[in-house]
Design a protein around this ligand. Sequence first.
Ligand code: HEC
Length: 152
Amino acid sequence: MVIKKISILPVFILILMAFQTAPKKQLPAKKPVAVASAGITASVNRGKTIYLERCLACHQVDGGGVPHLNPPLDGASGVLGKDKARLISIVLKGFEDRVELDGEYYSNNMAAHADLSDRQIADVLTYIRNSWSNKADAVTATEVKAVRARIK
Ligand code: HEC
């Protein structure tokens, strides 16, 4: 019995350590609202400027889009979803796939915006993910850089 207890102790400690570190790592993904109130704000503010210059004409100031022409970004499952690489590549390469977006099709073409820097693309995507009714975690310049390198 004594031997058994001793051999189990390190395992038990390891499990305890795992439980202590795991929630810390997941914090940014699991608590987007808390992140939004702190670090994201600066990115959202920079992203707004880019949105007003480059996206507003089609997706509109309220993110509502234009029926049948340009999709809404407010409440769009693709904008709020976990697939940030897809969002990044839409901005880098443009989008004219004519795929169904939340039950609708849109006939306009979105041009590529690859001239924007990694930081600018991260900011504008963080902006659309945290504006109007949207709340989702940030897109980082590192994530944009990785996608840009992959699709080149
Ligand atoms: C010329 C008009 C136009 C401009 C400017 C434009 N878009 Fe788009 N965007 C579209 C259209 C049209 C689609 C859908 C294309 C399709 O369905 O084939 C789209 C799709 C999207 C999607 C996918 C939405 C979803 O539900 O998955 C995102 C995200 C997006 N645009 C973001 C942006 C951002 C960010 C900018 C500014 C950097 C921008 N767009 C500028 C027209 C535009």
